[in-house]
Structures are given as structure tokens and as C-alpha cells.
Design a protein around this ligand. Structure first.
Ligand SMILES: CC(C)(COP(=O)([O-])OP(=O)([O-])OC[C@H]1O[C@@H](n2cnc3c(N)ncnc32)[C@H](O)[C@@H]1OP(=O)([O-])[O-])[C@@H](O)C(=O)NCCC(=O)NCCSC(=O)C[C@@](C)(O)CC(=O)[O-]
Ligand SMILES: NC(=O)C1=CN([C@@H]2O[C@H](COP(=O)(O)OP(=O)(O)OC[C@H]3O[C@@H](n4cnc5c(N)ncnc54)[C@H](OP(=O)(O)O)[C@@H]3O)[C@@H](O)[C@H]2O)C=CC1
Length: 407
């Protein structure tokens, strides 16, 4: 009954469906049966995909139709000295940042940026705004009814808060922003999701609030996500209003450090930043006024179990670079960095270990402080990557670096 070959045969014969195997076998055996079936049908050898080191059972909340594990090389950049004045930041001290990537030269680049930040005496980072959003869309008969619904929502925020917060022990409703388009009412709910990235938490809480709105008004819910949230799509609303954490990291680097470690000058980095990240991005109609923040964000997301699709929002970031008193001041402001240290993929074993490297596994004290700290460390790692790539461009080392390390 629980032999992978027998199970695979039963799927082949139409007796079982591929996704029903866990009802007849433990998760390891079910995954082995799927591999057996796929290997027979596709001629692929799944020996490496099947050679994963965590318990299949641990991944049950994270994946369906499991066949094994995708393995990525993981490296580390740092240490990054952060917020050493000890005032106001959530992260404080030296942090090693685990990064999972397949892009040669990326970690070397971030690591070089970290070494520059160390030589400069450290950087500061702060979360300046926080809140995870979900924006349902309701159908109404027209603008008159839309105005009535919005008025009801504005007058009943407390009732809606009560309903929403009944579904969660941690989430807190911060505000509801209405948007009306013709006979559509969008309500952008924003929650403090503490240490969770919060998309499940906030979606469940918003559904409860929507039930009350439908009971009390004439509005009819069309979709719990009406795309004004905006999750996993490029969107100006996230770049302007923020989503998840809005976080900024900055550093002042002495001229001699720029010259010795980055082989260029503060002026050349500032010029490259203006012409490339600001003017080039403006001309391209980009939402990302940075060089490659998504590179560090994606690698940190994969290492620490964040939702990889939300790298889209992480790319809403502006890099600044200017010469101040002969030194280089540089900053990176990420408008919508969606991270958590509990829930989702953070519970998986390798991702847990990576969060342990940062000292940020699980819930913080106070709740939310671990996720704030993670946002600050990732932003600083991404700033390190910005500095190194801008320097490589300014000193014309980009292609040679990738010739040496990236192939
Ligand atoms: C490759 C470097 C760092 C060499 O830079 P370098 O200055 O010649 O290196 P170095 O050997 O003198 O070492 C300096 C520091 O770099 C680090 N470092 C150096 N090598 C390693 C290594 N193997 N492993 C780990 N760390 C390394 C390390 O911190 C070291 O300090 P130390 O610890 O020795 O005191 C530099 O040329 C560089 O950063 N280039 C830029 C590469 C880059 O940023 N690539 C990112 C991807 S590009 C992309 O995907 C986006 C793009 C470009 O399309 C976006 C856009 O449109 O702009
Ligand atoms: N549903 C959707 O529309 C979407 C879902 N996702 C997926 O959602 C998942 C992430 O959702 P998310 O809600 O973050 O995670 P989970 O669904 O895993 O829920 C995390 C839960 O952890 C509990 N918790 C314990 N300690 C804390 C703490 N210190 N701070 C905050 N919460 C704590 C909370 O329970 P309690 O609420 O009971 O207090 C919280 O709801 C990812 O897997 C992602 O891929 C992504 C995009 C959209």
C-alpha cells in the first residue's frame, strides 16, 4: 500500500490522483512515488531533487504535489556593522547576511560593499513605515452608492477593527483607505502584522471585515484582492505609500576608503548614480531608481524563507549618492520590503538556520522587532551591493568582474 512503486502504478492506472498520495502514505513516500512516476514519464533522473535533507512532513504547509527539494548555493556577506550608536534602530551590532543565489560575483560584490561599510565605521538603518495591505474590490450601483458605502466604512472603523482582529492574536488594523472608480469601491486595509510578513493573516482578517461590510451596506464583494493592495505586481502605490516595511539604510564613506577599496572617487560614484539610477531610470519609466537592489533582496529572501514573488515590491527602491565635505554619502530607501521572521517559508529548516545566523529567528520582543531588524539588515546589504556595483561601473570593472567570477 505505501510502496512508492505501487502508489505510482495506482496513479498511472487512474485509481489515485497525483495530489492524493499523502492520504495513502507518509509525505516522504508520497514524494518518492511522484518522482518515480515523473522519471518514468519524462526520462528525467530526479536523484538530486530527491536527495533533500529536511523532513517532507515539515514542508507540508508550504507545498503541494511535493517531489523533493530545489537546492541553491548559499553564501554569506558581512559582517555588516549596523546602528552602532544603539539608538532607534531595531538591528544593532554586527550581522552576517546569508544569501542564496546562482549569480557569480553577486556575493563578492555585496561582501565588498560590506567591507567598505565596515571601513567607514558602520551604517544606520531605520524602518520608517510599516503595514501589510489587502484591498478588496466591491461592486456598487454607481457613484452615489459608492459614496454611501465609503461613508459607512469611515464611520464604522472601530466595528471593522473588532471583526478583523477577532481572527488574529497578533495583527492590528492600522487604517482603511478608500478608492472609488465608477461603480467600484476599493478599500485598502493596512495592518501591523508584527513579525509575520502577514499576507495570510491580513487576508483572513480582511475577509472578516468584508463580511460585516456586505451585511451592513449594499456593497457586494467581487474579489478579496482587488489589486490595489498591490501584491506581487509592479505598482506605483507601493512605491509611494509603502507596503510591508519602508526602510532606509545610509552610510558616509571617507574619500580614502572609496579610493582604496572601491578603486574610484566619490564624484564618479555620485555621477554614475545620477546618470544611471536617477536619469536612466526616469527615462525608462522604471519604479526602481537603483542599480540592483533586487539582487540582494532576492538572495536574502531565498536564504531566509521569504515569499520570492515579493521581490517585485522590493525593487521599489531609490539609491542616492552625493559628495559631502569630500566624502561619499550614500543611501538606499526601499519603499515596500515584505519580510517576516515567523510564518510562511521561514519555518523550514535551512531557512530557520539562516535566520539563526542573523539572530532573528521567530517572534521578536516586542513583537515586530525581529522583522524590523531583518528589514534593516537586508536594506543595508542591498546598499552594500549598490555601492559595489556603482563603483564597478564607475571604474569600468563590471564586465571583467563577471568574466572572472560569474562564468
Ligand atoms: C567582484 C568585485 C567585488 C571585485 O572587486 P575588487 O575590488 O577587485 O576585489 P578585491 O579582490 O580587491 O577584494 C575587495 C573586497 O571584495 C570582497 N570580495 C572580493 N572577492 C570576493 C570573493 N570571491 N568572495 C567574497 N568576497 C569577495 C571582499 O570583501 C574583499 O575585501 P577583503 O575581504 O579581501 O578585505 C567587484 O569588481 C565588483 O563588485 N563588481 C561588481 C559585480 C556586481 O555587483 N555584480 C552584480 C550583479 S550585476 C547585475 O546582475 C545587475 C545589472 C548590472 O544588470 C544591473 C544594472 O543594470 O546595473
Ligand atoms: N493568502 C494570501 O493571499 C497570500 C498568502 N501568501 C503566503 O502567506 C504566507 C505568509 O503569511 P503570514 O500571514 O505571514 O504567515 P502564516 O500564515 O504562516 O501566519 C503566521 C502566523 O504566526 C502567528 N504569529 C506567532 N508569533 C507571531 C509574531 N511575533 N508576529 C506575528 N505573527 C505571529 C500569527 O498568528 P495569529 O494571527 O493567530 O496571531 C500569524 O498569523 C507565505 O507562505 C506566503 O507565501 C502570500 C501572498 C498572498
Amino acid at each position: 500500500m505505501s510502496d512508492p512503486a505501487d502508489l505510482a502504478a495506482r496513479v498511472r492506472e487512474g485509481d489515485l490522483r497525483l495530489h492524493e498520495l499523502e492520504e495513502h502514505a507518509d509525505p516522504e513516500t508520497a514524494a518518492a512515488a511522484r518522482r518515480e512516476l515523473l522519471e518514468a514519464e519524462t526520462d528525467a533522473d530526479l536523484g538530486t531533487i530527491g536527495d533533500f535533507s529536511f523532513a517532507a512532513e515539515d514542508a507540508e504547509p508550504n507545498v503541494e504535489n511535493m517531489i523533493g527539494g530545489a537546492q541553491l548555493p548559499m553564501g554569506v556577506a558581512g559582517p555588516i556593522p549596523l546602528n552602532e550608536d544603539g539608538e532607534g534602530g531595531a538591528a544593532e551590532g554586527d550581522f552576517y547576511l546569508p544569501l542564496a543565489t546562482t549569480e557569480g560575483a553577486l556575493i563578492a560584490s555585496v561582501n565588498r560593499g560590506c567591507s567598505v561599510i565596515r571601513a567607514a565605521g558602520g551604517s544606520d538603518a531605520r524602518v520608517t513605515k510599516s503595514g501589510m495591505t489587502r484591498a478588496p474590490v466591491f461592486r456598487v450601483s454607481g457613484i452615489a452608492e459608492a459614496a454611501e458605502v465609503v461613508e459607512w466604512v469611515e464611520e464604522n472603523v472601530e466595528r471593522l477593527r473588532e471583526k478583523a482582529e477577532e481572527t488574529t492574536g497578533h495583527g492590528e488594523l492600522l487604517d482603511i483607505t478608500p478608492y472609488v472608480v465608477g461603480d467600484n469601491v476599493f478599500l485598502r486595509f493596512r495592518f501591523d502584522s508584527k513579525d509575520a510578513m502577514g499576507m495570510n493573516m491580513v487576508t483572513i482578517a480582511t475577509q472578516a471585515a468584508c463580511d460585516l461590510i456586505e451585511d451592513a451596506t449594499t456593497a457586494s464583494l467581487v474579489a478579496l484582492s482587488g489589486n490595489l493592495c498591490t501584491d506581487k505586481k509592479p505598482a506605483a502605490i507601493n512605491a509611494v505609500e509603502g507596503r510591508g516595511r519602508s526602510v532606509t539604510a545610509d552610510v558616509t564613506i571617507p574619500r580614502e576608503v572609496v579610493e582604496e577599496r572601491l578603486h574610484t572617487t566619490p564624484e564618479a560614484i555620485a555621477e554614475a548614480n545620477t546618470r544611471k539610477n536617477l536619469i536612466g531610470s526616469a527615462k525608462a519609466g522604471s519604479l526602481g531608481f537603483n542599480a540592483h537592489a533586487a539582487n540582494t533582496i532576492a538572495a536574502a529572501f531565498l536564504a531566509t524563507g521569504q515569499d520570492a514573488a515579493q521581490v517585485v515590491e522590493g525593487a521599489n527602491a531609490i539609491t542616492t549618492a552625493e559628495v559631502k565635505d569630500g566624502d561619499l554619502y550614500a543611501s538606499l530607501s526601499i519603499a515596500s520590503l515584505e519580510v517576516g521572521t515567523v510564518g510562511g517559508g521561514t519555518k523550514l529548516p535551512t531557512q530557520n538556520e539562516a535566520l539563526d545566523v542573523l539572530g532573528l529567528r521567530g517572534g521578536g520582543d516586542p513583537a515586530g522587532s525581529n522583522a524590523d531588524a531583518l528589514a534593516e539588515v537586508i536594506a543595508t546589504g542591498a546598499l552594500a551591493g549598490e555601492l559595489s556595483l556603482l563603483a564597478a561601473l564607475a571604474s569600468r570593472h563590471l564586465s571583467s568582474a563577471h568574466e572572472e567570477l560569474g562564468r
